[in-house]
Write a protein that binds this ligand. Sequence first.
Ligand code: NAP
Ligand code: ZN
Length: 368
Amino acid sequence: MKFDFYMPVKVFSGKDCVKSNADKFELGKCAMIVTGASSAIKSGALDDVVSVLCDKGIEYVIFDRIRENPLLSTIYDAGVAARKYGCDFVIGIGGGSPMDAAKAIAAFAANPEIAPDEIYNVGALAPSLPIIEIPTTSGTGSEANPYSIITLDGEDKKKTFNSPYSYAKYAFLDYKYTLSLSRDYSLSTALDAFCHCIESYLSPKSTEISRMFALWGAKHIWDAFSQLDSGDVSEETREALMYASFAGGVAINTTGTGFPHPMGYNLTFHSNLPHGRACAAFIGKYIEYQIKDEKGKELICKFADALGTTAKEIALRLPALSEYSEEIDDSVIINFAQKIKSAGNFANAQYKISYEEMIKIYKELFQK
Ligand code: NAP
Ligand code: ZN
């Protein structure tokens, strides 16, 4: 057995972990705080961070223009603003959108001469500003990996910025920030975290260690689905979900994700479907295809056994929880397939689906 493992983020967890680790915020003289429209305020995370920064005499600028599926142009603007205000570190507060954006903003701020699309020329970039990540959803696990999923302006297409400098220096996991999440976003983000776990578990790049994280995360999320579906989630479950999402983030840090992710991006843009629901819609088909491969079958059976269920049950439950059913035309499906056909995620599986199988999956799921 052999494995490579790298996860350089120092993690603090538990209720009030921001305030009880205030010294960790002493990373510079002025922070850029990156948030969405209102979640940082509603969750209470912004108050905690501002209070810590004020106590320490650290200045801050709030950039609250990040929206779901953040745009490259907005992220670039934030990088320019960080430079203008002399920010020397970045704090992402929110779901995956602000946390992913914070990573690319930290890169733009440290590389003022580059054009927006040059951020993808990772080898030519100077080190990013230091980053702190504070999740307010239990879904992406962005705090545990270097991925920054950016939407290209005018293209309805996501492209991942992945730099070795994009890992957070510190991540603060406090489940109390997720208490303000709606039933729908609680469920959708948990579906995302579950997808990370199963897609990572089945990846050829997975290791004993990454599969341990994936299983641990998946078990907690699987056990929470009935509470999430009912909308009545206990604090104990909220805490478990926050750590399970982190575990999923650690797992995909080793492996990346499988085909439900790019296939789901198309549904997000087409139907404005939240990311987790969009990925979960494909898990039934994902399992159906992975089982065609001997190793895939062995892994999915082990995964289901550890959750105390069956592959069939997972294949039925995830798409049902995604609560998505829409008729999609042939021409739209071809356009979907064209947009994602070169994504590396298709090779990241035991059974690698072809372009024709991708189209077949869309048709079987979204045409009567
Ligand atoms: P999100 O897009 O960050 O936020 C979704 C919605 O939830 C927003 O309306 C947001 O409001 C709201 N929200 C967040 N936290 C809240 C809270 N505590 N209380 C009330 N409302 C709250 O959601 P996400 O699913 O966490 O992130 C999705 C993004 O992450 C996608 O762009 C996806 O591609 C990316 N992603 C990244 C990774 C990775 O590994 N880096 C993995 C999977 C997905 P505000 O607008 O006010 O913030
Ligand atoms: Zn995801």
